[in-house]
Structure formats: structure tokens, C-alpha cells
Design a protein around this ligand. Sequence first.
Ligand SMILES: Nc1nc2c(c(=O)[nH]1)N[C@H]1C(S)=C(S)[C@@H](COP(=O)(O)O)O[C@H]1N2
Ligand SMILES: [Mo]
Length: 328
Amino acid sequence: MTLIRIPKSWEIPETETTPEAIFLNRRRFIKTLIGAGIGATILPMDGCSNASESKTPPSANSYSAYSGLAINPAFAKVDRPITDQSLSSKYNNFYEFGGSKSIWKAAQALPTENWQVEVSGLVENPRTYDLDDLQKKFPIEERVYRFRCVEAWAMVVPWVGFPMKLLVKDVEPKSNAKFVRLTSFYDPKITTGPGFWSSMYPWPYTEGLRIEEMTNDLAFFATGIYGHSLPKQHGAPIRAVIPWKYGFKGAKSIVKIEFLEKQPATFWNTIDAHEYDFEANVNPNKPHPRWSQATERMMGNGPSFTWEKRPTLLYNGYAEYVGHLYNI
Ligand SMILES: Nc1nc2c(c(=O)[nH]1)N[C@H]1C(S)=C(S)[C@@H](COP(=O)(O)O)O[C@H]1N2
Ligand SMILES: [Mo]
């Protein structure tokens, strides 16, 4: 039992419900400056929380429409309306391009031409796919999924892509492969992120799954959203979507997929394992160390940002698909 009252997320000002920025900001600054012999008391605690997301000139967010897209009837809709793309495409987490939610302009610097994804490690068929290979090889479909960030904001979006299990089958993991590590694009000349302190993060961004999680029906590689290719801020040209886990598990702009025997170190888990556990399943009964996870803020589906308070669902509503993985 803790005596510290955990405020409901609605009671926390918006700036404090961004643990993946503010918290890190403070903690790592404190560590670094203390390391440099500067006392923590003189720190401007919030002074660095605004990312310089306007450094990159805005350019057209160009993407191409998928034609003849198959909608998977099993995932054609959920019981909430689809979030308007004018909202979801302007409220993102992509730390490579800034520490705020408004990184969509800065993310246009991501170079997505001639993209390649290297698959290696404990597999029979290591290989490098280009984006065309992936989209020809695996049937592309649309799925409407709930999405829940660990920070308590949530949305409903129609992803376009293919189930991870098809790729797993294609490369044939060896029997000792137990985990997968997904690595995001990183080039410090381009992914300049939240200014000078970006170098304090354990770049590149990596995430990981158990193989049984990766081969679950729901685990998805998205190459598109809303019927068109992924905008850069959503992790173009290919990102992971694991709808029963907190959003940070879904690495964006993937360049490498490695099959491993041991659980890999991951980005947020390395920063703070207590706040960002490796499993990271959405669970209303397991509070984040700094706030309750019992409710979520669903992004409005109108033209402006409104937030609807909703109860958080166990496994984000996907218990029937994934419950057996966790012995419930
Ligand atoms: N490479 C990379 N992937 C990432 C992140 C990131 O900062 N970098 N943020 C994660 C977090 S915390 C969330 S909530 C989702 C946000 O996805 P969206 O911006 O497309 O909604 O991306 C995840 N994938
Ligand atoms: Mo997140």
C-alpha cells in the first residue's frame, strides 16, 4: 500500500501527462548536471521541455493512396468512432524529431526513399526486404484498432499493413529464437530530436516482443493509415502496431528486425524499467508509478481536440485474442 495519492490523469495538466518527455527531461538533466558538478536545485525544471520542432522547414506531407484495399472483416471496426486524421496526424510521439506532441513538421525530414528492412539473427532465411518486396509478398489489408499510449491518451485508427506472423514465417526463426528486437531509423544528422539532450537517450529507438506475441494474430506491421501510406510523423514507411500494449511498444520507421535468444534491452525500459516495463500490456488495474491507468482520454473525432474520458480496457479490449499469452 502506498500513501501517495495517485492523481487521476484528468487532474494532471497536459504537460505532466507526457512522462516520455518531461520526466526524462528532468531526470536525465539532473543526472547529467549532477555528474557535471552542478546542484539539482538550480535546474530550470521545465525550461527544456519545448522541443525545437520548427527547425525543419515544413514541406508537403505527401503520401499515396492504397487502391483496392481489403478490409479485414474481423477488425473492420471497434465500438468507438474512428479518430479524425486531422487530429491523429498532428498529435504524435516521435522523440527522434522532438519532445512535444507537435513534431509532424519536423518529421518531414525523415528520408523514406529506397527504404530497406534487414531481418537477421536466429533465422533460417536472413534477408533484406525493400518496401515493395514487403507489400508484394504479404497481402496488405486494413484493420481498425484501438490505440492506447502509456500517457493515457487513446485513439481509434484504421491501419494498413500485414500481420507480423507472415514475416516470421517467411524468415523461419530457429528453435532457439525467443525474442525479436525492432530498431528504428536513426541518424543524428537528421533525427535531431529535442535539441542537445537527445544524445542522452539510448538511441536508436528499439523495442522488443516475445516470439509468441509477434505471431499473435493482432501483431501488425503498418505501412499505411486511413487508406494511404504512412505520414512520416506516424513512422513511415513501416512501423509496428501491437494494439494490446502501450503505444511505445510500436517502434516507428523500422530498419532492422532481429531474432534473439535473450530479451533485448529496449529504449524506454533502459531509461526507466519501473515506469516502462518490457511487457507493457494495457491494464487498468496496474497504475503507472505516477498516475492511475484506470481511465483514458480518447481523442475527439471532430475537427478539434476534445478528450473523452473512458474506462481503460484490459489488454486494450483485446483479451480474447491475447489473454492466453498471459495466463488469465
Ligand atoms: N522510433 C520511435 N517509435 C515510437 C516512438 C518514438 O518516439 N520513436 N514513440 C512511441 C510512442 S510513446 C507512441 S504513443 C507511439 C505514437 O504513435 P503515433 O504518433 O503514430 O500515434 O509511437 C511509438 N513509437
Ligand atoms: Mo506513448
